[in-house]
Design a protein around this ligand. Structure first.
Ligand code: SF4
Ligand code: SF4
Length: 301
């Protein structure tokens, strides 16, 4: 079982489930949502991230001196010729301001579990635990299931944040038995719109949601990322509300749009595919709330 790459381990997370949590962000996702808030997690391979706002520029230039392939150039802020970069990490080791970072590290199952168990006192005092996120943790169901099983054997609450696009049989065999809670996205009901904005249609996602809803355990919360003019249209939100209510759910999670991800995409050498640069207004939020009808709202709307 090959370990996937981990992009980040975020401690003291307050928005990734109940209580204080430690969230593991895995690299690799089957979708390519144009608004993805975690662009560093979409590709399964390691990547070099550059945060230009931290760079000391001309007064430093250590990265240029250390790069063995000549991949970094530019007189002021670094410019990275990514085709020449072999991800050796020499530049990041030398960078005094942590402007450069190779994203993606493998952990053996035991190593990751021990890293996460350090936070058990916080979990116990707050009703928290570990959240498996990404990227798509169910892409690596054998590995993430082994991590979840080991954590639960030590009394840790484990949940997953998933895009829903996973192989149901592998998920149910390896991961589902070791989860206490599932948060699953539902983005767009129309399959053509889903393919256009998320890179694949939603047939498998909707079927997985039906299957998880029928099973009834562990608890399932469906959540909508509210993206203006894409998912946050009245038509889509009403369709989601109908779909969710028909499955017997009486609440829905919401994640209002936040443009902070643009900087992360640029730092990975990618131009944001969705360019709205402002958060949602109070009026937009109210319209979304109204469109979701009778469902109880979980989240800040
Ligand atoms: S990771 Fe290595 S090859 Fe890539 S830019 Fe940095 S020093 Fe150069
Ligand atoms: S080593 Fe870091 S701070 Fe210095 S020029 Fe390179 S990226 Fe900027």
């Amino acid at each position: 079982m090959k370990a996937p790459l981990v992009a980040d381990i975020k401690r003291n997370a307050l928005d990734d489930g109940p209580g204080i949590r430690t969230t593991v962000f895995f690299k690799g996702c089957p979708l390519r949502c144009v608004w993805c808030h975690n662009p560093e997690c979409t590709r399964a391979a390691a990547e070099l991230a550059y945060r230009h706002e931290r760079c000391l520029g001309e007064s430093c230039r250590r990265c240029r001196a250390r790069c063995p392939t000549g991949a970094i150039c530019g007189d002021g802020p670094a410019q990275i010729a990514r085709a020449r970069c072999d991800l050796c990490g020499a530049c990041a080791e030398q960078c005094p301001s942590a402007a450069l970072e190779v994203i993606g590290r493998r952990y053996a199952v035991d190593e990751l579990v021990e890293t996460l168990l350090v936070d058990v006192p916080f979990f116990e005092n707050s009703g928290g635990g570990v959240t498996l996120s990404g990227g798509e943790p169910a892409l690596f169901a054998e590995y993430t299931g082994a991590v979840a099983a080991a954590l639960r054997a030590r009394g840790v609450h484990v949940m997953i944040e998933t895009c829903g696009d996973f192989d149901a049989d592998r998920f149910e065999t390896h991961l589902l038995p070791h989860l206490d809670l599932i948060w699953c996205d539902i983005k767009l009901v129309d399959p053509v719109a889903h393919a256009r904005y998320c890179g694949r249609d939603n047939t498998r996602i909707l079927e997985n949601i039906r299957r998880l809803s029928r099973a009834g355990t562990p608890p399932l919360l469906l959540r909508v990322p509210l993206v203006p003019n894409i998912t946050a249209t009245d038509e889509n939100l009403r369709a989601i509300a109908r779909f969710v209510a028909d499955l017997g759910h009486d609440r829905i999670g919401v994640m209002p749009y936040n443009p902070l991800w643009h900087g992360k995409a640029l730092g990975l050498g990618r131009a944001p595919a969705y360019t709205r640069a402002t958060s949602m207004s109070a009026a937009e939020r109210k319209r979304c709330r109204d469109a979701l009808g009778e469902l109880a709202i979980v989240g800040d709307l």
